[in-house]
Design a protein around this ligand. Sequence first.
Ligand code: NAP
Length: 280
Amino acid sequence: MILTASTAAEGGGAGMSAYGASKAAVRAYARAWADELGSRGVRVNAIPPGPVDTPMWDAAFGDRAREKMEALAAGAALLLQGLTAHHFATVSHPVRPGDVALVHAAAGGVGMMLTQIVKARGGTVIGLVSRPEKAGYATDAGADHVLVSSGDAFVEPVRELTGGEGVHVVFDGAGATTFAASLQVLRTHGTMVFYGPLIGDVPTIALNDIPRSTRLTYPVTGDHVRTPEELAARAAELFALVERGEPVVRIGGRYPLAEAARAHADIESRTTTGKLLLIP
Ligand SMILES: NC(=O)c1ccc[n+]([C@@H]2O[C@H](COP(=O)([O-])OP(=O)(O)OC[C@H]3O[C@@H](n4cnc5c(N)ncnc54)[C@H](OP(=O)(O)O)[C@@H]3O)[C@@H](O)[C@H]2O)c1
């Protein structure tokens, strides 16, 4: 942080009058302010015309500030994807112990959240990722099985893993290339939770294209948090889970807000994992 004399003067009081009086007085005021900031955990590196060496800052304050910043980052990372996943796994298809779920993009933000919430509710997770290097992230989130597939080649492996029965629920946010295959791996009375489309629109489907005795739902989080009261209630449930250690938020990258375009390009490259944060 650089504290300029004019900034110090804008602090008001003695600084303001000193600004008009003499440079020495302004410098003395700026130095005093720098010392005050230092005691609150802000290191001042320079006051024009040169560097300064403020007293040792309060390390405990710094630690507390860092902890708060991390908590803030975790909160920012948690809320949208956490609420989304929580709503899908508790309302769209209330996961019951023993349910087998197929989670698309299991190393992505919503995917990792879904995996953890399904596991916390006693389900089994088959996670899909597009690249082998993402498999570990899905496993870390709790996936019991991880399949590497970026298209629709997962049907047979999922059938094999479920003894030919298929899964109780598919969480698919992708769209065009996966939709039909996701329907094919549902077991009787299974639920397709479609929440994309991430990659292109789903082709038009006829009712008869949907396997018999299955359910298809297209949830949007906003519909389940329409009022401040609903938001508070659902967020409270989510934070209670987090306080118990489930789910864990994974921040996959932090970008200065000015580099938002780079974050988008990275997402499109399909190399990212977890939640990306833009820091103002
Ligand atoms: N309905 C709702 O209320 C709701 C709420 C939140 C988010 N969403 C939707 O959910 C989807 C995922 O959101 P998210 O926050 O989890 O995003 P994310 O963290 O960026 O993850 C997206 C994942 O999608 C996979 N993917 C598949 N095709 C892709 C492509 N062409 N380009 C980039 N990634 C691709 C990637 O995993 P792999 O490479 O491993 O496949 C990636 O990890 C988005 O479509 C978003 O709009 C819907």
